[in-house]
Design a protein around this ligand. Sequence first.
Ligand code: NAI
Length: 308
Amino acid sequence: MKVTIVGAGNVGATCADVISYRGIASEVVLLDIKEGFAEGKAMDIMQCAPNTGFNTRVSGITGDYSKTANSNVVVITSGIPRKPGMTREELIGINAGIVKGVAENVLKHSPDAIIVVVSNPMDTMTYLTLKATGLPKHRVIGMGGALDSSRFKYFLSKALDKPIGDIDGMVIGGHGDTTMIPLTRLASYNGMPVSNFLQQDVLDKVAADTMVGGATLTGLLGTSAWYAPGASVAYLVDSILNDQKKMIACSVFLEGEYGQNDICMGVPCIIGANGLEEIVDIHLSDDEKAKFAKSADAVRNMNADLKE
Ligand code: NAI
Protein backbone atom coordinates (compact mmCIF):
# COMPACT_ATOMS: atom_id res chain seq x y z
CA MET A 1 0.00 0.00 0.00
CA LYS A 2 1.29 3.42 -0.95
CA VAL A 3 0.79 6.73 0.83
CA THR A 4 1.80 10.13 -0.49
CA ILE A 5 2.21 12.98 1.97
CA VAL A 6 2.30 16.42 0.40
CA GLY A 7 4.18 18.85 2.64
CA ALA A 8 7.28 17.38 4.28
CA GLY A 9 7.16 19.89 7.13
CA ASN A 10 6.65 19.14 10.80
CA VAL A 11 3.31 17.35 10.53
CA GLY A 12 3.97 15.62 7.19
CA ALA A 13 7.36 14.23 8.19
CA THR A 14 6.13 13.09 11.62
CA CYS A 15 3.25 11.31 9.95
CA ALA A 16 5.69 9.57 7.57
CA ASP A 17 7.79 8.60 10.57
CA VAL A 18 4.87 7.04 12.48
CA ILE A 19 3.54 5.25 9.38
CA SER A 20 6.97 3.71 8.84
CA TYR A 21 7.65 2.69 12.44
CA ARG A 22 4.26 1.07 12.69
CA GLY A 23 4.44 -0.60 9.28
CA ILE A 24 1.12 0.92 8.26
CA ALA A 25 2.10 1.20 4.57
CA SER A 26 4.76 -0.47 2.43
CA GLU A 27 5.65 2.79 0.65
CA VAL A 28 5.57 6.43 1.67
CA VAL A 29 6.36 9.31 -0.70
CA LEU A 30 7.01 12.73 0.82
CA LEU A 31 6.60 15.65 -1.58
CA ASP A 32 7.46 19.28 -0.92
CA ILE A 33 8.15 22.38 -2.98
CA LYS A 34 11.26 23.33 -1.00
CA GLU A 35 14.18 21.99 -3.05
CA GLY A 36 15.73 18.90 -1.43
CA PHE A 37 13.66 19.18 1.76
CA ALA A 38 11.46 16.11 1.26
CA GLU A 39 14.48 14.12 0.04
CA GLY A 40 16.32 15.04 3.24
CA LYS A 41 13.42 14.14 5.54
CA ALA A 42 12.91 10.81 3.76
CA MET A 43 16.61 9.96 3.96
CA ASP A 44 16.71 10.77 7.68
CA ILE A 45 13.65 8.58 8.34
CA MET A 46 15.07 5.70 6.25
CA GLN A 47 18.31 5.84 8.19
CA CYS A 48 16.31 4.91 11.31
CA ALA A 49 15.26 1.61 9.74
CA PRO A 50 18.37 -0.46 10.57
CA ASN A 51 18.07 0.40 14.25
CA THR A 52 14.31 0.35 14.62
CA GLY A 53 13.59 -2.45 12.18
CA PHE A 54 10.92 -1.26 9.79
CA ASN A 55 10.52 -2.22 6.15
CA THR A 56 8.52 0.71 4.77
CA ARG A 57 10.26 2.43 1.85
CA VAL A 58 10.23 6.19 2.36
CA SER A 59 11.29 8.48 -0.47
CA GLY A 60 11.22 12.23 -0.95
CA ILE A 61 10.73 14.37 -4.02
CA THR A 62 10.59 18.04 -4.92
CA GLY A 63 7.50 18.86 -6.92
CA ASP A 64 7.47 15.82 -9.25
CA TYR A 65 4.01 14.33 -8.85
CA SER A 66 4.70 11.46 -11.26
CA LYS A 67 6.53 9.73 -8.36
CA THR A 68 3.29 9.73 -6.36
CA ALA A 69 1.47 7.59 -8.95
CA ASN A 70 -0.96 4.95 -7.76
CA SER A 71 -1.10 6.09 -4.15
CA ASN A 72 -3.93 4.58 -2.16
CA VAL A 73 -4.05 7.53 0.22
CA VAL A 74 -2.82 11.09 -0.21
CA VAL A 75 -2.36 13.30 2.85
CA ILE A 76 -2.29 17.07 2.29
CA THR A 77 -0.32 18.96 4.93
CA SER A 78 1.03 21.68 2.63
CA GLY A 79 0.23 25.23 3.54
CA ILE A 80 1.58 28.27 5.30
CA PRO A 81 0.95 29.39 8.86
CA ARG A 82 -0.66 32.78 9.50
CA LYS A 83 1.98 35.52 9.51
CA PRO A 84 1.85 38.76 11.52
CA GLY A 85 -0.41 41.29 9.83
CA MET A 86 -2.06 38.69 7.60
CA THR A 87 -5.85 38.58 7.65
CA ARG A 88 -7.71 35.30 7.96
CA GLU A 89 -9.07 35.88 4.47
CA GLU A 90 -5.56 36.25 3.06
CA LEU A 91 -4.43 33.07 4.80
CA ILE A 92 -7.44 31.19 3.49
CA GLY A 93 -6.77 32.53 0.00
CA ILE A 94 -3.13 31.37 0.00
CA ASN A 95 -3.77 27.96 1.56
CA ALA A 96 -6.82 27.39 -0.65
CA GLY A 97 -4.64 27.97 -3.73
CA ILE A 98 -2.04 25.51 -2.42
CA VAL A 99 -4.52 22.82 -1.37
CA LYS A 100 -6.53 23.05 -4.59
CA GLY A 101 -3.40 22.84 -6.78
CA VAL A 102 -2.07 19.89 -4.78
CA ALA A 103 -5.36 17.98 -4.96
CA GLU A 104 -5.55 18.44 -8.73
CA ASN A 105 -1.94 17.30 -9.19
CA VAL A 106 -2.20 14.19 -7.03
CA LEU A 107 -5.41 13.05 -8.70
CA LYS A 108 -3.75 13.19 -12.14
CA HIS A 109 -1.44 10.39 -11.00
CA SER A 110 -3.58 8.64 -8.38
CA PRO A 111 -7.16 8.94 -9.67
CA ASP A 112 -8.52 6.47 -7.11
CA ALA A 113 -6.79 7.86 -4.02
CA ILE A 114 -8.57 8.76 -0.80
CA ILE A 115 -7.56 12.27 0.24
CA VAL A 116 -6.91 13.19 3.86
CA VAL A 117 -6.84 16.96 4.39
CA VAL A 118 -4.79 18.34 7.28
CA SER A 119 -3.95 21.92 6.22
CA ASN A 120 -5.72 24.67 8.15
CA PRO A 121 -8.34 25.97 8.37
CA MET A 122 -8.99 22.26 8.00
CA ASP A 123 -12.82 22.13 7.75
CA THR A 124 -12.76 24.82 5.07
CA MET A 125 -9.87 23.17 3.20
CA THR A 126 -11.73 19.83 3.27
CA TYR A 127 -14.84 21.51 1.87
CA LEU A 128 -12.74 23.22 -0.81
CA THR A 129 -11.04 19.94 -1.77
CA LEU A 130 -14.38 18.20 -2.13
CA LYS A 131 -15.87 20.98 -4.24
CA ALA A 132 -12.77 21.60 -6.37
CA THR A 133 -12.18 17.94 -7.21
CA GLY A 134 -15.79 16.79 -7.49
CA LEU A 135 -14.80 13.60 -5.67
CA PRO A 136 -17.49 11.62 -3.89
CA LYS A 137 -17.73 12.47 -0.21
CA HIS A 138 -16.38 9.13 0.98
CA ARG A 139 -12.98 9.98 -0.58
CA VAL A 140 -12.33 13.36 1.09
CA ILE A 141 -11.69 13.26 4.83
CA GLY A 142 -10.49 16.08 7.07
CA MET A 143 -8.27 15.19 10.03
CA GLY A 144 -8.91 17.22 13.15
CA GLY A 145 -11.22 15.28 15.45
CA ALA A 146 -8.69 12.45 15.88
CA LEU A 147 -6.22 14.97 17.26
CA ASP A 148 -8.71 16.91 19.37
CA SER A 149 -10.10 13.65 20.80
CA SER A 150 -6.60 12.52 21.64
CA ARG A 151 -5.94 15.77 23.50
CA PHE A 152 -9.29 15.38 25.27
CA LYS A 153 -8.30 11.89 26.49
CA TYR A 154 -4.96 13.27 27.66
CA PHE A 155 -6.59 15.98 29.79
CA LEU A 156 -9.16 13.49 31.12
CA SER A 157 -6.43 11.06 32.13
CA LYS A 158 -4.62 13.85 33.94
CA ALA A 159 -7.75 14.95 35.78
CA LEU A 160 -8.62 11.36 36.71
CA ASP A 161 -4.99 10.40 37.35
CA LYS A 162 -5.62 7.17 35.44
CA PRO A 163 -3.86 5.55 32.47
CA ILE A 164 -4.70 7.23 29.19
CA GLY A 165 -5.44 3.87 27.56
CA ASP A 166 -8.37 3.34 29.94
CA ILE A 167 -10.03 6.58 28.85
CA ASP A 168 -12.41 7.09 25.95
CA GLY A 169 -13.85 10.31 24.61
CA MET A 170 -14.61 12.18 21.42
CA VAL A 171 -14.52 15.74 20.17
CA ILE A 172 -16.86 16.73 17.34
CA GLY A 173 -17.75 20.01 15.59
CA GLY A 174 -15.37 22.41 13.87
CA HIS A 175 -11.62 22.03 14.30
CA GLY A 176 -11.01 25.35 16.03
CA ASP A 177 -10.49 26.72 19.53
CA THR A 178 -14.03 28.00 19.76
CA THR A 179 -15.82 25.57 17.45
CA MET A 180 -14.84 22.13 18.75
CA ILE A 181 -17.17 20.29 21.11
CA PRO A 182 -15.58 17.87 23.61
CA LEU A 183 -18.37 15.43 24.49
CA THR A 184 -17.79 15.29 28.24
CA ARG A 185 -21.22 13.72 28.83
CA LEU A 186 -20.18 10.63 26.85
CA ALA A 187 -16.55 10.35 27.96
CA SER A 188 -15.72 7.24 29.93
CA TYR A 189 -13.15 5.59 32.17
CA ASN A 190 -13.16 1.79 31.78
CA GLY A 191 -16.71 1.95 30.46
CA MET A 192 -18.03 4.17 33.26
CA PRO A 193 -19.05 7.79 32.70
CA VAL A 194 -16.28 10.14 33.82
CA SER A 195 -18.94 12.21 35.57
CA ASN A 196 -18.94 9.43 38.22
CA PHE A 197 -15.44 10.48 39.16
CA LEU A 198 -15.07 14.16 38.27
CA GLN A 199 -17.06 17.19 39.40
CA GLN A 200 -18.68 19.36 36.72
CA ASP A 201 -16.22 22.21 37.25
CA VAL A 202 -13.31 19.81 36.65
CA LEU A 203 -15.00 18.46 33.51
CA ASP A 204 -15.54 22.02 32.30
CA LYS A 205 -11.84 22.71 32.82
CA VAL A 206 -10.91 19.55 30.89
CA ALA A 207 -13.12 20.72 28.00
CA ALA A 208 -11.63 24.21 28.10
CA ASP A 209 -8.06 22.87 28.16
CA THR A 210 -8.87 20.61 25.21
CA MET A 211 -10.28 23.49 23.20
CA VAL A 212 -7.16 25.59 23.63
CA GLY A 213 -4.89 22.52 23.41
CA GLY A 214 -3.37 23.56 20.09
CA ALA A 215 -2.93 27.20 21.12
CA THR A 216 -1.26 26.16 24.40
CA LEU A 217 1.32 24.17 22.46
CA THR A 218 1.87 26.99 19.97
CA GLY A 219 2.58 29.26 22.95
CA LEU A 220 5.08 26.79 24.40
CA LEU A 221 6.76 25.75 21.15
CA GLY A 222 6.61 28.98 19.17
CA THR A 223 5.03 27.05 16.32
CA SER A 224 2.14 24.63 16.04
CA ALA A 225 2.50 21.07 17.31
CA TRP A 226 3.51 18.07 15.20
CA TYR A 227 3.93 14.86 17.22
CA ALA A 228 0.26 14.37 18.09
CA PRO A 229 -0.98 15.77 14.74
CA GLY A 230 1.35 13.45 12.82
CA ALA A 231 0.35 10.44 14.94
CA SER A 232 -3.33 11.30 14.51
CA VAL A 233 -3.00 11.36 10.72
CA ALA A 234 -1.20 8.00 10.83
CA TYR A 235 -4.00 6.55 12.99
CA LEU A 236 -6.56 7.65 10.40
CA VAL A 237 -4.48 6.35 7.47
CA ASP A 238 -4.10 3.01 9.27
CA SER A 239 -7.87 2.64 9.55
CA ILE A 240 -8.22 3.30 5.79
CA LEU A 241 -5.36 1.16 4.50
CA ASN A 242 -6.04 -1.75 6.79
CA ASP A 243 -9.82 -1.45 6.57
CA GLN A 244 -10.08 -1.27 10.36
CA LYS A 245 -13.47 0.44 10.35
CA LYS A 246 -12.55 2.41 13.47
CA MET A 247 -14.94 5.09 14.64
CA ILE A 248 -13.00 8.35 14.41
CA ALA A 249 -14.25 11.93 14.52
CA CYS A 250 -13.49 13.31 11.04
CA SER A 251 -14.50 16.34 9.04
CA VAL A 252 -16.75 15.08 6.26
CA PHE A 253 -19.41 16.52 3.97
CA LEU A 254 -22.79 16.64 5.68
CA GLU A 255 -26.05 16.22 3.83
CA GLY A 256 -28.61 16.55 6.56
CA GLU A 257 -26.66 14.64 9.21
CA TYR A 258 -26.57 16.49 12.52
CA GLY A 259 -28.99 19.01 11.01
CA GLN A 260 -26.40 20.44 8.58
CA ASN A 261 -26.02 20.66 4.83
CA ASP A 262 -23.29 21.70 2.40
CA ILE A 263 -20.53 21.87 5.02
CA CYS A 264 -17.60 19.73 6.22
CA MET A 265 -17.43 19.31 10.00
CA GLY A 266 -16.26 16.81 12.57
CA VAL A 267 -18.70 13.99 13.27
CA PRO A 268 -18.20 10.36 14.35
CA CYS A 269 -17.30 8.35 11.24
CA ILE A 270 -16.54 4.74 10.46
CA ILE A 271 -13.29 4.84 8.51
CA GLY A 272 -12.26 1.90 6.34
CA ALA A 273 -11.03 0.86 2.89
CA ASN A 274 -13.51 3.14 1.13
CA GLY A 275 -12.53 6.11 3.29
CA LEU A 276 -15.73 7.31 4.90
CA GLU A 277 -17.82 4.16 5.31
CA GLU A 278 -20.56 5.65 7.44
CA ILE A 279 -21.49 8.70 9.48
CA VAL A 280 -22.58 7.53 12.91
CA ASP A 281 -25.65 9.23 14.29
CA ILE A 282 -25.19 9.68 18.02
CA HIS A 283 -27.98 11.25 20.00
CA LEU A 284 -26.84 14.65 21.12
CA SER A 285 -28.43 16.46 24.04
CA ASP A 286 -30.20 19.77 23.35
CA ASP A 287 -27.17 21.63 24.67
CA GLU A 288 -24.79 19.66 22.41
CA LYS A 289 -27.10 20.22 19.43
CA ALA A 290 -27.07 23.96 20.07
CA LYS A 291 -23.28 23.94 20.29
CA PHE A 292 -23.06 22.00 17.03
CA ALA A 293 -25.33 24.49 15.24
CA LYS A 294 -23.25 27.41 16.56
CA SER A 295 -20.05 25.67 15.47
CA ALA A 296 -21.55 25.14 11.99
CA ASP A 297 -22.29 28.87 11.74
CA ALA A 298 -18.64 29.66 12.45
CA VAL A 299 -17.36 27.09 9.93
CA ARG A 300 -19.81 28.38 7.31
CA ASN A 301 -18.57 31.90 7.98
CA MET A 302 -15.02 30.73 7.31
CA ASN A 303 -16.11 28.94 4.11
CA ALA A 304 -17.56 32.23 2.92
CA ASP A 305 -14.00 33.59 2.76
CA LEU A 306 -13.22 31.14 -0.03
CA LYS A 307 -13.11 32.91 -3.36
CA GLU A 308 -14.39 31.28 -6.54
P1 NAI B 1 5.24 23.28 8.06
O1 NAI B 1 5.43 24.72 7.67
O2 NAI B 1 6.25 22.64 8.95
O3 NAI B 1 5.12 22.39 6.72
C1 NAI B 1 4.38 22.77 5.61
C2 NAI B 1 5.17 22.30 4.39
O4 NAI B 1 4.34 22.51 3.24
C3 NAI B 1 6.45 23.09 4.16
O5 NAI B 1 7.56 22.21 4.15
C4 NAI B 1 6.24 23.76 2.81
O6 NAI B 1 7.42 23.87 2.03
C5 NAI B 1 5.23 22.82 2.17
N1 NAI B 1 4.48 23.41 1.06
C6 NAI B 1 3.95 24.66 0.96
N2 NAI B 1 3.35 24.80 -0.22
C7 NAI B 1 3.47 23.62 -0.87
C8 NAI B 1 3.04 23.15 -2.15
N3 NAI B 1 2.35 23.92 -2.98
N4 NAI B 1 3.36 21.89 -2.50
C9 NAI B 1 4.06 21.10 -1.67
N5 NAI B 1 4.48 21.48 -0.44
C10 NAI B 1 4.20 22.74 -0.06
O7 NAI B 1 3.80 23.20 8.70
P2 NAI B 1 3.21 22.03 9.63
O8 NAI B 1 3.44 22.36 11.05
O9 NAI B 1 3.66 20.73 9.10
O10 NAI B 1 1.64 22.21 9.36
C11 NAI B 1 1.12 21.90 8.08
C12 NAI B 1 -0.34 22.32 8.00
O11 NAI B 1 -1.11 21.50 8.86
C13 NAI B 1 -0.63 23.76 8.45
O12 NAI B 1 -1.65 24.31 7.62
C14 NAI B 1 -1.13 23.59 9.86
O13 NAI B 1 -1.91 24.66 10.29
C15 NAI B 1 -1.90 22.31 9.71
N6 NAI B 1 -2.15 21.55 10.93
C16 NAI B 1 -3.36 20.93 11.01
C17 NAI B 1 -3.67 20.15 12.09
C18 NAI B 1 -4.99 19.45 12.14
O14 NAI B 1 -5.34 18.88 13.17
N7 NAI B 1 -5.78 19.45 11.07
C19 NAI B 1 -2.73 19.98 13.22
C20 NAI B 1 -1.46 20.64 13.01
C21 NAI B 1 -1.20 21.40 11.90
